[in-house]
Design a binder for this molecule. Structure first.
Ligand code: PGA
Length: 267
């Protein structure tokens, strides 16, 4: 059975020392098995030490980027081979900050997804429309192009392992998230599109999550939407109190949703 996803992207908010302190607090507060798929994404320099601290917990560690090639003249890049040596499990690919600030394109996103999958890493594939695209009612068209480009040549067996993170650019780093019904509409669309691309009927096997100003005040409503399998959180996951509270809300809201869906199925 599916568990809700709770991903925490640390961006460049924490120094290595801060990241290690935070990981230590997570370990103390979240021991043992969890009814949620948890991952944190520290900076590269902190990954190995954060992984060591979180060993034995149910919190997995990932990175925020990687190169599409394994070796060669790629100054400043990080190879998937090094990530494997560090036992990294997840890799974030195509975040809007990588796209707008560092020149990530649909083409490199596609190459990176392929390379990550070849080596058994789970890509967290981020996508989302800009405000002007939303205002012109072009979000779905834009997302179709992003998704089809990103998945070009990726077989179904791999595609169903990816975490699809819908992160509208206009909602990242803001006061509030997208409206939950809007997020639901778009994530439902993404699920259907994935099903259509791979010739499936419903697409329930795909994991689709929402990101962009998720906070304690909106997370419950977001998780309770039928097509939202989890959340990907930046700032609001960077304090231990907020993280713990959010995790409780996610688990609670998820179990209510599952019960409701079961009830609906029986009727
Ligand atoms: P935010 O970041 O939660 O701070 O808006 C989300 C993200 O960029 O994934």
């Amino acid at each position: 059975m599916k568990k809700p996803v709770f991903g925490s992207g640390w961006k460049m908010f924490l120094t290595d020392k801060e990241a290690m302190n935070y990981a230590q607090r997570l370990k103390e507060n979240i021991p043992g098995e969890q009814d949620a798929e948890l991952f944190v994404l520290p900076s590269f320099t902190a990954v190995e030490r954060v992984t060591a601290i979180l060993a034995g917990t149910d919190i997995n560690v990932g990175v925020q980027n990687m190169c599409w090639e394994e070796k060669g003249a790629f100054t400043g890049e990080v190879s998937v081979l090094s990530l494997k040596e560090m036992a990294v499990k997840y890799v974030e690919i195509g975040h809007s900050e990588r796209r707008t600030l560092f020149g990530e394109t649909d083409r490199t996103v596609n190459l990176k997804i392929g390379k990550a999958m070849e080596h058994g890493l789970v890509p967290i594939f981020c996508m989302g429309e800009e405000l002007q695209e939303k205002e012109k009612n072009l979000a779905k068209e834009l997302l179709s192009i992003e998704i089809k480009n990103a998945l070009h040549g990726i077989p179904y067996a791999d595609a169903k392992k990816i975490i699809y993170a819908y992160e509208p650019v206009w909602a990242i780093g803001m006061e509030d998230s997208a409206q939950p019904d809007y997020a639901q509409e778009i994530l439902g669309f993404i699920r259907q599109l994935l099903a259509q691309i791979y010739g499936r009927s419903e697409g329930t096997e795909f994991t689709v999550v929402y990101g962009g100003s998720v906070s304690l005040k909106n997370v419950e409503k977001l998780i309770s939407q039928p097509d939202i399998d989890g959340v990907f959180v930046g700032r609001a996951s960077l304090s231990i109190e907020s993280y713990m509270e959010m995790l409780d809300i996610i688990k609670d809201s998820w179990s209510k949703k599952v019960k409701k869906q079961r009830g609906d199925d029986e009727n």
